[in-house]
Design a protein around this ligand. Sequence first.
Ligand SMILES: [Zn+2]
Length: 214
Amino acid sequence: MWLNFCRKHHTQLCSISAGDPVQGFQLIDCNSDNRIITATRNMEYIALSYVWGPNASVDAVKNGTLIRNRLPQTVRDAIDVTKRLGYRYLWVDRHCIPTDSQTKHSQISQMDIIYKQAQATLLGASGDGADFGLPGAESRQRDEQPTAALGRHTLFSTLQHPKVKIWKSTWDSRGWAYQEAMLSTRRIFFTEEQVYWECRSMQCTEAHPPTLAD
Ligand SMILES: [Zn+2]
C-alpha cells in the first residue's frame, strides 16, 4: 500500500530513473522458479540489503536456477515479499553478481547504480545472518507489542521508533549498509518489531500507520 501510494503520488521526488542496466546485470526471476536471468532495459526490480553471516551456504544454484530449500531464509522471504509487492524480479548480490572476476569487479564498482535503479530496497535490519529471515514475512513472527490489562481496558505500550532498532542492528554495523540504504529511493526496513517505510517524501511505521488518501 505504501509503495503504491508512493508510486502514484510522489511522482517528482521519488521517481526512479530506469536507464540502462549495468553491464552483465542479472536478476532473479521470482515467477519462473527463481531462474537467474540477464536483465534488459527498463526491467523493474526490488533489491535486497542484508547480512550474509558466517554460516550461510552459497551452493544454491543449479542449472542457472536457485534451489529454494537451499537458500537462506532471508533470501526466501525476499522472494516472497517481491511477489507480494507485485514485482517479478529481485536483485541479491550473492546470487546476481556474475562470478567472472572482470564483470564482478565492474558491478561492485557500480553498486550505486544498482541500488538507485531498484524500485525499492528490502533491508533486513534484524538478526545476525541470512538465516534469520525478514520478520513480518511468513517465516518469522515479530516480537509482540507489550500490553497490560487495566480493568476493562488493555493498554498497549508504544513501540520505540524503528530507527532505534535499526541503529542497533548487525545490518547497520556493516560498512556498506548506510550507502545501500541512502542510494535507494524507497526503503522497506524489516525489524524484529515492525516494518518501517522510508522514501524521499514520507516515513511510515506499522505501529502508527498514516492515513493515506488514495
Ligand atoms: Zn515516495
